[in-house]
Design a protein around this ligand. Sequence first.
Ligand SMILES: [Fe+2]
Length: 268
Amino acid sequence: MTNLTMRDIKEHPVPRGSFVLWWLGQSSYLMKSPEGKVLALDPYLSNSCKAIGEQVGLDMDRQIPPPMSPEDLLGIDFYVLTHSHQDHLDPDTLGPYRGAGGHGPYLAPAETVEKLESLGVLKEEITMTWPNKEVVVGDLTIRATFAIPFSGDDLTHVGYLVSVENGPTVYFTGDTDYHDLIAVSVAEHHPDVMVAVINGAFRNMGPAEAARLGQQIDAKVIIPSHYDLFPDNAQHPQMLRTNLNILGLADRYRVLEHGKPYQYPEND
Ligand SMILES: [Fe+2]
């Protein structure tokens, strides 16, 4: 099902004051700006987690094929990573991408920088980031946010707030547990859209925590993420809608389709 191509992305129009997202499964997204800048966030376009899962008795066999190939990432403007775990920084996506001529810039927090270097990425290709640091790419500003990591092997997880110049802001939570410091520090940037981890395992928010965070930061649209690929790390996205409904916010729920464009604002 690798039917989405970079040509599709490049040709897709993005009106002024908006952005378009393509969900590639798990926490993988492409984001395009009105100026035509394309970010790849945590691209996981292989099935490399299956073997890792087998080592620890978990079924991490990818249930939905990647909607595009790693080689088709050629043409992105920034390879953006939240942390170093394999469903986010995937050697089997990075390797074919680089093998096809793909290169930086990469944006990554500290331990992910080390992992990138161990995978052969050159120092000069990498921009290190940390919570509150902003990086500008054309008409996009990418600000890393605080996130609560899963385990001691990677304590420098981040999420990202990505803002379009004179346009909306989207908040990617990354993998994180709920913490009121996240709510406080993200809310001041008034994100319009929240892309929320909801799997509820590995110290990540479940649907109730994601709904609560979405309410606290007052996102107008709340999109479930990181629930779809692996049998032993799955969640029903409708449970996010249920929890938003309890808070009187069911109308903010949107579920994305793999490989299909989602534009925000929706009616421009
Ligand atoms: Fe993850």
